[in-house]
Ligand binder design. Structure first.
Ligand code: SAM
Length: 261
């Protein structure tokens, strides 16, 4: 996969497209309740929360209210600046790194909760295991790490299958594939896997095309007439609903790791 240069222009476009997805998805309201009811009550304490690849702060913003300390790591400087400024303006404790997680040194911290939501798509396959383990090693006994990815059979993976070459499709991690890998490593005594429902709704054909471009990590150049027509047909045939809305099934899989007490 060719990595995009993280220019300010690219980061602003990323923000525009991911903002659209974040507003149109059912995932974040669902997950907020899930964390509140099924994760927070079981943490050792609501002390230190680490959000790796926090993006627009779909979790970091609301969760910072519940933790004594929040740390965010985010490579996109537009999002990083916005999220850290917003949390700090609420008078909450925020620490942040505008850097690749693998290059961050957190020092001697003890984390209660780590979140890696939809970030592993951007990490080379040979680094994913280290990316996860680096945060797990900083958890307190009894602490939790939650990794969120697309589920194997969801509509987003159908888009990958349609537009990516086979090898790139297979290289994109699903929650199920990542969980199997972590189980094979044999280093995580408590691994739970949960599928959750989600869909993304957008109002126009053009918005859905932009969403497809974003989900493909802009790795498919929609430049030629044939490529543009292919995407347009796909949207019409698979994502247009009777009521005129455009809906993508974005079912996800959570991997929940708990460090032994
Ligand atoms: C799809 S967004 C998900 C954002 C957020 N976690 C959520 O679920 O709403 C993935 C984010 O991970 C960030 N990211 C990608 N690679 C990263 C890395 N190596 N270290 C830190 N952040 C990274 C991207 O810039 C992007 O904002």
């Amino acid at each position: 996969m060719v990595k995009e240069q993280l220019t300010t222009e690219r980061n602003e476009l990323y923000k525009e497209q991911f903002d659209m997805l974040s507003i149109g998805t059912t995932e974040y309201p669902y997950m907020a309740k899930f964390f509140e009811n099924e994760i927070f009550p079981h943490l050792p304490a609501q002390g230190h929360f680490l959000d790796v690849g926090c993006g627009r702060g779909n979790y970091a913003r609301p969760f910072s209210e519940y933790f004594t300390q929040t740390t965010v790591v985010e490579v996109n400087e537009v999002y990083f600046n916005e999220v850290t400024a917003w949390i700090s303006a609420q008078g909450r404790n925020i620490n942040g790194y505008n850097r690749d997680w693998l290059e961050v040194t957190l020092g001697d911290v003890q984390l209660d909760l780590v979140l890696m939501s939809h970030v592993l798509y951007y990490i080379d396959a040979d680094k994913r295991s280290r990316f996860i383990r680096k945060a797990y090693d900083l958890l307190k006994p009894g602490g939790y790490q939650v990794i969120v990815l697309n589920s194997e059979g969801c509509g987003i993976r159908k888009v990958y299958k349609e537009f990516y070459p086979q090898d790139e499709y297979e290289a994109m991690p699903s929650g199920e594939a990542m969980a199997a890998l972590l189980r094979d490593e044999g280093r995580y005594p408590h691994i739970e896997e949960r599928i959750f429902p989600a869909e993304i709704t957008v109002e126009s054909h053009h918005a859905m095309e932009m969403l497809i471009d974003f989900l493909l990590l802009r790795q498919v150049p929609f430049e030629t007439e044939a490529q543009i027509a292919h995407r347009s047909q796909y949207v019409k045939n698979n994502l247009l609903c009777d009521d005129g809305q455009y809906i993508m099934d974005s079912e996800g899989t959570m991997i929940i790791l708990r460090k032994p007490s």
